[in-house]
Design a protein around this ligand. Structure first.
Ligand SMILES: [Ca+2]
Ligand SMILES: [Ca+2]
Length: 357
């Protein structure tokens, strides 16, 4: 029986999806396939160097010399090199190797002399997963800016050196534009022509600038900076403004391009700087002593501060407190005599460090 039409449509849609998936996947695969191929040829070179010193005994008789020169181009040596080309865990690498192992053999025995660059012969010219440096895509077209200096030396060309990518530039951080010749805000073109651009950082006071790196070259000042009469960007002193930006119990510290607020000494109500000698007024519990706010010793005043029975006064910084005298303890706000229990005998043996074991 033939499938009904909705099923057919679904089938058609599904194969369409699979096709799109394969196309996009293949594009990405070409970049990673080149990476895999590059690793294989890099490891081949390493293996080639590793096996260069090997021989069949270590002597240098004529017989051994002959044997050695035979090894140099032997299948045994090739096998030893091929063994080290892929990590056993790398599926992509092992798959590529399995698919093209015969090509490596062909190169080893027949092409090596004429085409000594394995990467070029294998990855670029034969299995066609890579391109020469500075080129990209199926036909190895030149990157934006040319293959000599892709992206004019100020960025990375998408797919550079592979059969994938679109050749567009991802510029280095200072540069922008399709050709990576323009500077981002905060940088200016120190050198600029059709094929070369050098972007240098503006002065720290500039949002944008042109022609130079001093504070006089700003086109626009950064926040926290303002233009003076000479059109140079200078620091705004936020602390000297009519309405300073800090809280009542803070003082203001001006910095280049900004400011900060710091907490006053606890002896102050408002202050102009750090320490008890920079108070605008003393906080409660403190008094002005020769320009410095110092603690008032409430307990030494003529008037007793703690009036309850068996209480004593304890001075604290910025305050004082009333506590029960020795031998008394607080009981619902009253100081009562502590119970005189005779328990030291028990606790003493408990806490003794010389316990007999
Ligand atoms: Ca400032
Ligand atoms: Ca006090």
């Amino acid at each position: 029986m033939l499938p009904s039409s909705p099923e057919l449509r679904l089938l058609g849609l599904l194969s369409c999806f699979i096709f799109i998936f394969q196309v996009t996947n293949a594009k990405r695969d070409l970049k990673s396939a080149c990476g895999t191929c590059q690793r294989i040829t890099d490891n081949f070179q390493k293996g080639y160097e590793r096996t260069a010193k090997q021989n069949f005994g270590g002597g240098n008789t004529a017989w051994e010399e002959r044997k050695l020169s035979k090894y140099e181009t032997s299948e045994i040596r090739l096998m030893e090199i091929v063994e080290g080309l892929c990590d056993s865990s790398s599926f992509e690498c092992n798959q590529m190797l399995e698919e093209h192992e015969e090509l490596l053999e062909t190169w080893w025995f027949k092409r090596k002399t004429k085409h000594p660059d394995l990467h070029k012969w294998f990855c670029i010219d034969t299995i066609e997963v890579c391109c020469p440096k500075g080129t990209f895509g199926p036909d190895c077209n030149a990157c934006v800016g040319g293959s000599e200096r892709p992206c004019h030396g100020n960025g990375k060309c998408d797919g550079d050196g592979t059969r994938g990518g679109d050749g567009k530039c991802t510029c280095d951080v200072e540069y922008k534009g399709d050709f990576c010749l323009d500077c981002i805000d905060g940088y200016f073109n120190e050198v600029r022509n059709d094929s070369f651009s050098l972007c240098t950082e503006c002065h720290s006071s500039c949002k944008t600038c042109s022609d130079g790196a001093t504070h006089q070259d700003c086109d626009e000042c950064k926040d926290g900076w303002e233009e003076d009469e000479q059109e140079a960007c200078i620091d705004v002193n936020e602390c000297s403004k009519d309405s300073p930006p800090c809280q009542e119990k803070e003082y203001c510290v001006n910095t280049e391009g900004s400011y900060s607020c710091k907490g006053c000494d606890q002896a102050c109500t408002g202050c102009t700087g750090a320490g008890a000698d920079k108070c605008k007024a003393c906080a409660g519990g403190y008094q002005d002593t020769e320009g410095t706010c110092s603690d008032i010793d409430e307990c030494s005043g003529a008037e007793p501060m703690c009036t309850e029975e068996h209480q004593q006064c304890v001075n604290t910084s910025g305050d004082y407190k009333c506590v029960c005298s020795a031998g008394y303890e607080d009981h619902d706000g009253e100081c009562v005599q502590k119970p005189q229990e005779e328990e030291p005998a028990v606790s003493k043996t408990d806490e003794s460090p010389h316990v007999e074991l």
